[in-house]
Design a protein around this ligand. Sequence first.
Ligand SMILES: [Zn+2]
Length: 141
Amino acid sequence: MGTKSREVIWGGRIMGAEIRAQGARQRAQEASREADQAEAEAWSVRMEGYGGPAQPSPTIDQCLNGGLGWLEVECSRCKTRASLPLDAIRRPRETPIWKLEASLKCRSCRNGRWAPPVRMIKLTQTQRITPYKWVHPTEER
Ligand SMILES: [Zn+2]
């Protein structure tokens, strides 16, 4: 067997294996995205439909990976709603989103250090409401 045919045979097998590996990786990625999306959606439906419980919740990373990158929240006092982009929240990506609730504050109701509690409504794929009235979780600490 000459060098050339060896290359063809082994090279072809290697390429085949690499393609299979790539395909499997891609499927695993899609499966993980699907799982994250399903989990984020389940949480979102529970929040919107039953008002909670917020725990346990998916992580920021899971929501982003699942394509639900916006968290809709409501001020318990003035009922103002806002959509917050999860990818802009400077918290570790493995933070469960229920942990964000305590640090969210409505700008118009905030009074010094005090602010009325904020309720998480649901997760969405796109921005629904302008978030400008809201204090970013990392703005004040
Ligand atoms: Zn408010």
